[in-house]
Ligand binder design. Sequence first.
Ligand code: CA
Length: 658
Amino acid sequence: MKKHFFILLFFVAMQHLQAQYTTENYPAYKGKDLGLTYSKASSTFKIWSPPASAAELLLYKNGDGGTAFKTIELTQGANGSWQTKLSGDLKGTYYTFRVKIMESWSNEVADPYAKAVGVNGQRAMVIDLKSTNPAGWAKDKSPSFSANNKATDAVIYELHIRDASINKNAGIVHKGKYLGLTEKGTKSNEGLLSGLSHIKELGVTHIHLLPFFDYNSVDESKPEKAQYNWGYDPLNYNVPEGSYSTDPFNCATRINELKQMIAAFHKSGLRVVMDVVYNHVADAGSSNFNQLVPGYYFRHKKDGGFSDATACGNEVASELPMMRKFILESVLYWAKEYHMDGFRFDLMGVHDIKTMNLISAELHKINPSILLYGEGWTAGASPLPDSLRALKKNAHLLKGIAVFSDDVRDGIKGTVFDLKDKGFASGKAAMEESVKFGIVAASNHPQVDMEKVNYSKKAYSSAPWNVITYCECHDNNVLWDRLTMSCPDAGREELVKMQELALTIVLTSQGIPFLHAGTEFLRTKKGVENSFNAGDSINGIDWSLKKENLTTNNYIKQLIQMRKAHPAFRMTSNEDIKKNIHFDEKAIKGTIVYSINGAALKDSWKKIVVAFNGNKKEHTIILPTGNWKVAIGADKKQQAVSGKFTVEGISAAVFYQE
Ligand code: CA
């Protein structure tokens, strides 16, 4: 009874607090020095907590366990800030904060702006970032990449750090670690390149890594324990995850090893995209945000509880000045300190458009070639109106940020909400318009019948760089499993053809193509649909599949090369798409045939014809007049053709004239 009474009292107090200080009333702190400002001579600690009547800094010898060896009262500063400056070199000291609000002390929490933490992220750590730089870091340079409207030059490869190297047959020493992806020339049991060298060989331009900021779900203190998580449960946004390092107890190690990994990618000609999850935190109530400023950083329901557009228990209020400031400073920090080349925003539809465009503007000021994209949807309702959020339908309002196209994703292989549903590549009828909408990168094209597109009834892109073209990602079944499950009667050969057709559509369409790691050699997750914690046996990449499916692997490699060599597949404006892509109106059901005016796009292929046959039966198409060469086509011997060409069942063909 007593306990419940106190909880009730606390709840009433919180309601009172929230009523008294509506979020808009809190003064925003303008400085860029929240958190730690370190030098060998002194360290300044600063937090923001307008409702606090007192605030303390607690210093510790270790990242976990033991008691504080010193507690320092913070001094109140401007606009809700609290600070203290301590002289001497505090490098390696751990620290927490707590604040007093309405006569009660908050939990002790790590600095929200922490750049280093102890094991499992419960305490922040004073770090000298310069000392974490690997040799040559100052000279680390991203491979060159076009800016702004040329983002369609990217070919993105989505990978989980642990998955890449955890399997014995990866032939990698540092299994599951940042360092595993620094090892070059590693080979599978069958003697084929694996890990970093495989990715380089494949020819993609950007490695998109699943979350590697410090997340909550893996106990870093028990590296020997079988644990696995994708990492979509943020704990410390500005610190690398400890479980991918060789020593999670010493934060300098993880920072150094992550930098080594990024440098290794850069040296191999690959850019790195960070999957960021600013839309929610692992646990809102106990989070450092909420302990230091109760109720501020999150959106709320009318009853005062946390609203939940993320289906993870809370959603951040990115539209509020101090949350916006936090996210902005966080991405800028990763871009500058870790030389990050891009960011993928998880459930970007939670964030407000203004914040996203501010992020884009500020990042592109320091590096115009930074690639930005995100999921233009949420996982539940949000109290912030649709018109203000970075939803897919508002994509055209986003500057320099792409959204994932679920229209083409599901048009190719069926809706993710019904495992038995098929798509164009797996033989479902009437999916042509959804795929065509993907081919034109969600732009307004007179030959796409929007009424027949699966989801969107209106074009939403402002340019091809505004759209990510894909057919699978870490969420939901991998393509191979999905095809297998939705086509129980199909034989293996047929399923392989479906996978190749699906990926051909992705890699020849306008927009920015996106591949899920291992799809090039028919990766399977053994039918597990949501493998976020399913362990290595499901998630770890089985490198023996590369040898088994080498033909597909090499085919995908060929497609990537073709795309990179031909600007016709990478148009830079919707006007160009409208003018230069022409669909064959006579194409029969289950097929899509279109031509590209390569000459107008300064492509060495003056004319291009692309044909997709989603039917099981072969289909003979009539090529426009003249002699054509076959770039992609089932019959490899047929190099020069004119007139008729037979496109095999479930396959693609690409023809060109020079
Ligand atoms: Ca962690």
